[in-house]
Design a binder for this molecule. Structure first.
Ligand code: ADP
Ligand code: ZN
Length: 761
């Protein structure tokens, strides 16, 4: 931490008594609160606050029958009350707006698009650390009273008081008490004496948050782009120079050098004195990724989820003051308050983590598109396996499609071999690693290569099964079987993290001797250590990586060849670049395919392609083995041939037939209650009400359900859902607005709407 000179900015003074303004010139503030789907409320702005209030800042107002003091955002200022009697704003909390007018518009758009309250969006967009002004303090400063400096020489003052006054007059700005006593080499009493004489006046100020000094790596030169990269960059530069919005889908296979294209496009943006935002999945915010940007631009801010409130506030201020050239961050960095944004990049745009799964349930890609449109700047979406939504838009000509079809330096994509596990003797005996994979690992290790084994299931074994009553052990709160975690000696629910000691006997029939079925990463680790004794294995999953920093440490260890085999969940699948990896094994592709989800095929393809992308990056080449019991599955076959376009063609066809995204928009309504009957009855009632309303206001909307959610019971709540479906999103919004005021769900029922849902559980 660099302790910088405290910078000062003014705080709003304490609330003042109200006055009645002249009738014809009343100022009215529109205020929104952290509540679902409500219009703005109007409040009179009393005279003393007129100078202080700003749209995009927060206010305190009396709310409801009890006039409870409540914080809201001022989202508009109008003149005239239209003859209505209004309550008054009691306090202005932010002197400067927290959001620009463009960002305020974007937040309004989010509320409309995702059917939630504008105030809910604002609360989510402005980080808590910024709202609380974390890391700053209020301090008292002094300035000379008006005219005092001019006649200072005429005043008769004791020496110390004179020193204080001289210091203030020479400084020509307000000084904090400790600055002042240091400058005048005195204690507090001469300052107090001058104050009492009215020669100096106190001001309340807030210190600026402290800037964080980051270790800056040496700046590296830009790489010489190859022909494909040059073509892509040129197209992006043309858009930048035209100062027009366009969304570019940069479809480039893993290792094709997309990041270098982003960097050189950002170089152009920075040369205009503008800023760029780069969104990456949280899981990819590794030191390696950060270093790539820090080694190319002198001023990079990284926004990740482990920042403290104070750090986040600091970053926000630095960005808002235009001191940052490049903001790299996860989903919420799309809201970074850059003053002159020039470009937004979303890397790995297919990642689900760009969609927030709590209110506001926005997708950062759609928010970025909206922001880029309003700021007339390009948006680049990069992926080796674009979402079908993005591919479809580009194919239709709404977006620009650019391709990087091969890896840099013409390195081939690794050959992918499908291994049929159905007749494998080892798999038949309950092993996770079959004979072919075992041989391949042995050969790779012998040749001095490193190996990655991917298994998307943490814990030791996912099923505890009773052979007598044929039941499995379930979470008491969720409709999910418990996973045995051998390292913690507990059975754990992967949904709610419920944990309990291992039962000695079946909880249902009391018979001892539960069987442990299936393999998670912990059991795989044990098998790897047994099968490849003498080689070092490293396990990466959220259990092994609990300590902050352990993720990065593990990746560094593997890169430095302190381990030969890296095994883990999707944590290891993303965006990592290990030149020495010559073999990647997908231990069980079937678990990916069998998800009850409209996007199961798409996710399987993406994961296999991403994992395969981790090998063949060095000179030794590399290959991939995929173990599956459905070797003829078209998705797995397409993934093995690196045939994204072939996969997309078939899957788009299928989605078109079923009227699923990208050919339709969905909205999912979920009802939750602690009583199964209540949840079910409410789901029926509300679905019926929605059907009736739809007939009147939105006949083009199709309603499916209600039905129990695929996971019926979650965290002690029974869940039912139904789906609305239409070719555009607008009728869904129209229907919801029409029906929402009449829903009045039972008090113990929680109602959620998810527009363009990705999570269907
Ligand atoms: P992607 O993001 O498409 O997976 P990267 O941008 O990570 O690909 O590039 C893969 C590797 O190739 C990186 O190590 C990168 O430094 C290197 N690289 C990218 N472009 C070039 C180039 N034009 N010449 C040489 N190396 C390059
Ligand atoms: Zn649970």
């Amino acid at each position: 931490m660099n302790r910088s000179q405290p910078q000062l900015f003014e705080v709003a003074p304490a609330p003042l008594p109200f006055e009645i303004a002249a009738e014809e010139d009343l100022l009215v503030a529109q205020v929104v609160f952290d509540r679902p789907l409500e219009e703005a409320y109007s409040y009179l702005v009393p005279e003393p606050l007129r100078e202080l209030i700003a749209t995009g800042g927060r206010v305190r107002v009396p709310f409801g029958r009890g006039n409870t003091p409540t914080t809201g955002f001022c989202v508009g200022l109008d003149h005239g009350t239209g003859g209505k009697r209004l309550k008054s704003v009691s306090e202005v909390l932010d002197r400067r707006p927290l959001l620009s007018s463009e960002m305020l518009d974007v937040t309004r758009w989010i509320a409309d698009r995702y059917l939630c309250g504008w105030g809910q969006v604002l609360n989510a967009v402005v980080p808590a650390g910024v709202r609380k002004q974390a890391g700053t303090r209020e301090i008292t400063c002094y300035e000379a009273a008006p005219g005092v400096c001019e006649r200072a020489s005429e005043l008769r003052l004791p020496a110390k008081q004179r020193a204080v006054l001289t210091s203030l007059c020479t400084a020509g700005r307000a000084l904090a008490v400790d600055e002042l006593s240091a400058a005048a080499a005195c204690g507090a009493s001469p300052i107090r004496a001058l104050h009492d004489k009215g020669l100096i006046v106190p001001l309340r100020r807030r210190t600026a948050p402290e800037a964080v000094a980051e270790a800056v790596p040496e700046i590296a030169p830009d790489l010489q782009l190859n022909a494909d990269q040059t073509r892509a960059l040129d197209a992006i530069l043309r858009l930048l120079r035209e100062q027009q919005h366009a969304t570019v889908l940069l479809h480039g296979v893993t290792g094709s050098g997309k990041t270098e294209v982003y960097i050189q496009a950002i170089r152009e943006v920075v040369s205009y004195g503008r800023q760029a935002i780069v969104l990456v999945p949280e899981i990819s915010l590794t030191p390696q990724t950060i270093r790539r940007f820090r080694s190319r631009f002198p001023s990079v801010a990284v926004l990740h989820s482990h920042l403290s409130d104070a750090e986040r506030h600091t970053q926000w201020e630095q960005i808002a003051q235009g001191r940052v050239q490049v903001v790299v961050g996860a989903r919420s960095a799309v809201f970074a308050p850059t003053p002159h944004l020039g470009l937004i990049v979303i890397d790995e745009e297919h990642e689900n983590s760009f969609k927030q799964n709590s209110t506001p349930r926005y997708h950062a890609r759609e928010v970025a598109r909206e922001r880029a449109q309003r700021e007339n700047i390009p948006l680049i979406l990069g992926s080796a396996t674009p979402t079908l939504e993005s591919l479809h838009r580009a194919r239709q000509g709404d977006d620009v499609l650019l391709s990087l079809p091969s890896r840099v330096a013409d390195r081939p994509l690794p050959p992918v071999v499908i291994v049929d596990t159905r007749n494998d003797p080892q798999i038949g005996m309950g092993h996770a690693i079959g004979r072919a994979l075992q041989n391949a690992v042995q050969r790779a290790l012998k040749a001095g290569g490193q190996v990655i084994l991917f298994l998307n299931l943490r814990g030791y074994s996912p099923i505890l099964w009773c052979p007598r009553c044929q039941s499995t052990v379930h979470c008491p709160e969720c409709d999910i079987s418990l996973t045995w975690h051998r390292d913690r000696e507990q059975i754990v629910c992967h949904s709610c993290e419920y944990a309990a000691p291992r039962p000695r006997e079946c909880p249902r029939c009391g018979m001892p001797g539960l069987r442990y079925l299936g393999t998670g990463t912990q059991r795989l680790e044990q098998e790897v250590r047994a099968k490849f004794a003498g080689h070092r294995a490293l396990r990466m999953d959220s259990d092994a990586m609990r300590k902050p920093g352990s993720h990065d440490a593990a990746l560094d260890a593997f890169r430095n060849k302190e381990a030969d085999i890296l095994l883990g969940t999707q944590m290891i699948a993303k965006g990592l670049d290990f030149p020495n990896v010559t073999l990647v094994g997908v231990v069980d592709a079937d678990t990916l395919l069998q998800q009850p989800d409209i996007r199961a095929a798409e996710r399987t393809f993406q994961l296999i392609a991403q994992v395969a992308g981790r090998t063949g990056r060095g000179d030794q080449g590399g290959r991939v083995l995929v173990q599956t019991s459905s070797p003829d599955d078209p998705v797995i076959r397409a993934a093995a041939q690196h045939d994204y376009l072939g996969f997309a063609r078939a899957e788009l066809q299928h989605r078109r037939e079923l009227e699923l995204p990208p050919f339709a928009h969905l909205a999912r309504v979920i009802l939750r209650a602690t009583s199964d009957d209540v949840a079910q009855a409410e789901a029926r009632r509300i679905a019926t009400l929605m059907r009736e309303t739809a007939e009147k206001v939105a006949p083009e909307v199709r309603l499916l359900g209600p039905a129990p959610c695929p996971i019926l019971k979650l965290r002690g709540h029974y869940r039912y859902h139904f789906r609305m479906q239409a070719s555009e999103v607008e009728p869904l919004q129209r229907l919801w607005r029409a029906v929402r005021p009449n829903l009045s769900p039972a008090p113990d029922v929680e109602l959620t709407i998810d527009v363009d849902p990705l999570d269907m559980r």
